[in-house]
Design a protein around this ligand. Structure first.
Ligand code: ADP
Ligand code: MG
Length: 724
């Protein structure tokens, strides 16, 4: 069979239809979760009441309640086919982890029965010593334990023919340090709640009890046929293609974006959504994205802790269902060079439990004042801590995307839209002199409600954009957990809210409107350099940003040290989100991860080039050489074979260059091995190894363009991107 006929087989493959449900979504939404409705149904009344109080008021859980809940949970899970339970947690790898235990126990009589105790529900002790801890605990030290997170519902995870009851948990060391991504997020939610409530009280709101963080992540991803995926070691090992010439057609026709969804893909999406609905995940929008074979799924926003868990489950479900459909999911931020990569816009807002969105310009002057305060706090926070925000999304993979004219640059700035910019400008210039409600109305602040999502100018190039009633953090990568970026955002905003509250308190007694306007004016003066409405992709902006003194931390090694400056360490310590040790450990893990990611790439590239590309090219070189020889023997006197020799020459010379590129790569990898300081090693890899890999790639991609299609050993871009 000809090698390149495989695409035809792929294209004509029958897609699997796994659809089970033929009923409205609302009839089965959340059926695989042990949610409040199920609990109400299954738990004794007093237990249910006590549990809800514990969840809502952050109270301690007593063992009787825990036992009772565990029993009901087990009965429910077994009835739905579960045999095992698992504490589901989010170690610092950025993915999720679980260790399964069967619900079985021996009775005194030696018989097996199903049992699940409150203690097992509340606390687990996975011997999870191999997860990165960034030095928090040496592997010989105390183990970590998992603790039930009551605020996120337990769920059933069906995998193959097995069903497991998964219990969302935090993962903590015995000495109390957070070893995961959930714990700091929960702490940051608490911190921003406290600071927001303090501010609301100062603004005269005596009613709202709690402020929640909301997150709505828009998940982008690629799908390719599984056949191609398994034929590419780079995709399997590194998650992205390390080689491959651009196809004759890319995304220039813009015919993919929002186009009608292919039948095979829509069947996949349907199955994904069905799984998500059962898990209580409100998947709302789905569409084709800009690049060929690229798509997006976005749920309705939810409370941050739930949204983070749900986004992990979305990524997991996309992956599992893809396999069932003979597809491969690519979550990497840049799976194909020169083709748009994937991000994850994280929409963020704060709202009170009695329904006030604090990032929403209101209908009354009072609401507008409140909006102005939260807006100003966010602007100040992003201005002060742009470096930490950037560090929170930096990775080897995301470095390919940020600043590549398809995603925001590494410079973190805020886009507010024309109308809002004008209002802030007027306030800052002091055009608002009498801060009466009337003055605010005069200035058009009362027309702010018109700043609805749709009328906002959608500046797609901004890393941090105000979009009507929320901010959209657009620099987050598609494969990343949204937990840490949200943790950072909550913490920096908490700090700025407290800063403003302190100032307001200091001026107690005056007219609150006047105090707030004066304060907004003062803070805007200091922070406004972070505001930018123009094209973030342009080189003028890069120059301008430099003039304004905004950080432009392009690579991960440049960005990560922002996590361990005194500014950052003090901030996270003060708000009890991450201790100095916890923050430093996260920095170390991120540096290590960067090194490992790039070493895996470099080694994969080496292997593919040495064992697939060069052997194929040599075979082709031989064919050319023999053919020229034979032709020379027959036609030598009649025909000049110069151009054919040139072709042979160019193939041979590309083989040479590629081979010597491998030698350089080997030397540099050895050199990297000898560097013991991890940060220096990361820098070396970034500055030296990446460019060597690029040079090899350039030769191989040129070679791809002159070598016989039949002997080329890798699926090509046009196949992977267009045949599905
Ligand atoms: P677009 O692609 O136009 O930016 P999407 O509809 O794909 O918008 O995604 C917008 C996301 O923002 C959704 O997840 C939506 O639920 C979420 N969102 C809407 N309002 C808020 C809010 N107040 N706070 C946080 N997220 C929000
Ligand atoms: Mg979207």
């Amino acid at each position: 069979m000809m090698k390149r006929t495989s695409p035809i087989i792929a294209a004509e493959r029958e897609y699997t239809i796994l659809k089970e449900k033929d009923v409205p979504i609302s009839t089965y939404f959340g059926e695989d979760t042990f949610n409040a409705k199920v609990m109400k149904d299954k738990l004794p009344k007093d237990i249910y009441k006590r549990l809800m109080e514990t969840i809502n008021d952050d109270k301690q859980l007593d063992i009787d309640t825990a036992n009772s809940v565990a029993h009901a949970m087990k009965e429910w899970a077994i009835e739905k086919g579960a045999t095992h339970f698992a504490h589901w947690f989010q170690p610092m790898t950025g993915t999720t982890a679980e260790k399964h235990d069967a619900f079985i126990e021996f009775t005194d009589e030696g018989e097996i029965i199903e049992r699940f105790s409150g203690k097992q529900l509340v606390q687990g002790e996975p011997d999870a010593s191999s997860f990165p801890s960034g030095g928090i605990r040496a592997t010989f030290e105390a183990r970590g334990y998992t603790a039930w997170d009551m605020s996120s519902p337990a769920f059933l995870r069906k995998n193959g023919i097995g069903t497991t009851l998964c219990i969302p948990t935090a993962f903590i060391s015995y000495t109390g340090e957070a070893l995961d991504k959930k714990t700091p997020l929960l702490r940051s939610i608490k911190a921003v709640n406290k600071s927001s409530i303090r501010m609301l009280r100062l603004l005269g709101n005596k009613k709202s009890k709690k402020v929640l963080t909301n997150l709505g992540p828009e998940q982008e991803y690629f799908l390719i046929d599984k056949d191609y995926y398994y034929k590419r070691k780079d995709l399997v090992l590194a998650g992205r293609t390390l080689l491959g010439a651009p196809p004759a057609k890319g995304q220039e026709l813009e015919d993919q974006y929002f186009g009608s969804i292919k039948e095979r893909i829509q069947s996949f999406m349907h199955d994904v959504e069905e799984e998500l609905y059962k898990l209580g995940i409100p998947a709302k929008t789905r569409h084709n994205e800009v690049a060929p074979s690229q798509y997006e799924i976005a749920p309705i926003f939810e409370e941050a802790n739930i949204a983070v868990d749900h986004n992990q489950l979305v990524m997991d479900t996309l992956n599992r269902v893809a396999k069932q459909h003979n597809l491969a999911l690519l979550l990497h931020e840049k799976p194909f060079a020169r083709i748009n990569g994937s991000g994850k816009h994280v929409n963020w807002s704060l709202s009170t439990t009695d329904g006030i969105n604090l990032i929403n310009p209101g209908k009354t002057p009072h609401e507008n004042l409140q909006f102005l305060v939260f807006l100003t706090a966010t602007i100040r926070a992003v201005h002060r801590h742009a470096d930490i925000l950037k560090a929170s999304v930096s990775s080897a993979a995301n470095d390919h995307r940020l600043g590549a004219n398809e995603a925001p640059p590494a410079i973190i700035s805020i886009f507010l839209g024309e109308q809002l910019m004008k209002i802030l400008d007027d306030i800052e210039k002091g055009i608002v002199t009498k801060a009466t409600d009337d003055a605010i109305i005069d200035l058009g602040i009362a027309s702010l409600p018109l700043l609805s999502k749709d009328s906002t100018d959608r500046n797609r190039t901004s890393p941090f954009a105000f979009t009507g009633n929320k901010f959209e953090f657009r620099a987050v990568g598609s494969s990343q957990s949204i937990s840490f970026p949200a943790t950072v955002l909550n913490t920096i905003v908490a700090e700025s809210l407290d800063y403003l509250s302190d100032k307001i308190e200091a001026k107690k007694g005056g007219d609150i409107n006047q105090i707030v306007l004066d304060l907004v004016r003062e803070v805007l003066k200091e922070s406004k350099s972070v505001l930018f409405s123009g094209d973030n992709y342009s080189s003028e902006w890069h120059k301008e940003a430099e003039k304004r003194g905004l950080p432009n931390l392009k690579t991960t090694p440049e960005a990560l040290p922002a996590l361990i400056t005194d500014k950052a360490l003090n901030l996270f310590e003060k708000f009890e989100v991450l201790s100095r040790i916890e923050m430093t450990s996260r920095y170390k893990i991120r540096v290590e991860k960067y090194i490992k990611d790039l070493e895996i790439e470099a080694k994969s590239l080496k292997n593919i080039v040495a064992t697939q590309i060069i052997p194929a090219a040599i075979r082709y070189q031989k064919t050319l050489a023999s053919s020229i020889n034979a032709a020379q023997a027959l036609l030598g006197k009649e025909l000049d074979l110069g151009v054919q020799k040139e072709l042979l020459m160019s193939v041979s010379s590309l083989i040479n260059k590629t081979q010597s590129g491998l030698t350089t790569l080997n030397e540099k990898l050895k050199k990297a091995d000898s560097i013991h300081d991890e940060y220096k090693k990361a820098e070396f890899i970034c500055n030296e190894i990446k460019s060597t890999m690029d040079a090899i790639r350039e030769n191989v991609d040129t070679l791809e363009g002159v070598t016989d299609d039949e002997v080329w050993p890798l699926p090509k871009f046009w196949e992977m991107l267009f045949i599905c």
